[in-house]
Each structure stands twice: as C-alpha cells, then as structure tokens.
Design a protein around this ligand. Structure first.
Ligand SMILES: [Zn+2]
Length: 141
C-alpha cells in the first residue's frame, strides 16, 4: 500500500505521526517528524525532542538508544500525552525496543483503526478522520 519506510512515520520519541491531527488533517498537512518539509507543524519545529542534539546528529534513531533515556523532555511529553490522550510514548518506545519497529507499526495500525470504516483514529481528537466515528479505544490501554 505504502512505499514509505516503516520507520518514517514513527518519531524518535515513539510518537506515531500517522495518528497525529497535524498529519491527518487535509489543510496544512504535516508530513511527520522524520520528513524534511517546510510544511511541518509549529509544534514539530519547536519540539525539544526532535531538535535534541543526539537525534539531530543521527546518533540514535529512537530515544531509547540514548544514554539519557528517558530524559526530562521525554518524560514531560510522556506525562502530557498520558494525561491528555491516554497514550504513552515511553511505552511505545519500550514496545519498539522489545518487539521491533515492524511489529510495532502493525500493532499501531490495528490499535488506531476505526471499527466502522477502517480509517485512522486521531490520538488528539479521538475520532475517525475518515468517517467521523468517535473512538472507543480511549480507555483500553
Ligand atoms: Zn471511520
């Protein structure tokens, strides 16, 4: 279906860019953290993790490869996402580390698929961007 590299839609912090509202929206669509593009969302441009020196220099592909994992910035983001969106990026990273990126991407597809149309549930909005159905997976994790 897609020729994109498996890793390209998973940000170094463990965030799945494919379920982000900036990625899913039609207007001003963000191509994701790993794609070089000027259309990137302002939150990506300002992101401390994306702009982290270790990531920028390409020393590690994901935060778990870093000596400082999990660092203050990542913990801060993780807490925000757990509280607001019921999703943990640190948990994502641990799953990638344990089971590999391939398995993670497959699991993510299932986890965020709309039960109505198979479209993608947005982590930020908690509804399907394709048919508008509200998500039921919210409290599952
Ligand atoms: Zn749907």
């Amino acid at each position: 279906m897609e020729s994109l590299n498996k890793i390209s839609r998973i940000a170094p912090c463990g965030m799945n860019c494919g379920i982000c509202m900036a990625y899913l929206r039609v207007k001003n669509k963000c191509p994701g953290c790993r794609v070089e593009d000027s259309n990137k969302a302002i939150s990506v441009i300002r992101c401390k993790i994306k702009n982290c020196e270790v990531i920028q220099k390409g020393k590690v592909k994901f935060c778990f490869g870093c000596d400082n994992f999990p660092c203050k910035n990542l913990k801060h983001m993780d807490k925000r996402y757990r509280t607001k969106y019921n999703m943990s990026v640190i948990e994502n990273l641990e799953n990638i580390q344990r089971f590999g990126i391939r398995k993670f991407v497959i699991n993510e597809k299932i986890r965020w698929a709309c039960s109505e149309c198979g479209g993608t549930i947005c982590v930020h909005r908690q509804y399907c961007y394709n048919c508008g159905k509200k998500s039921e997976i919210r409290n599952e994790t």
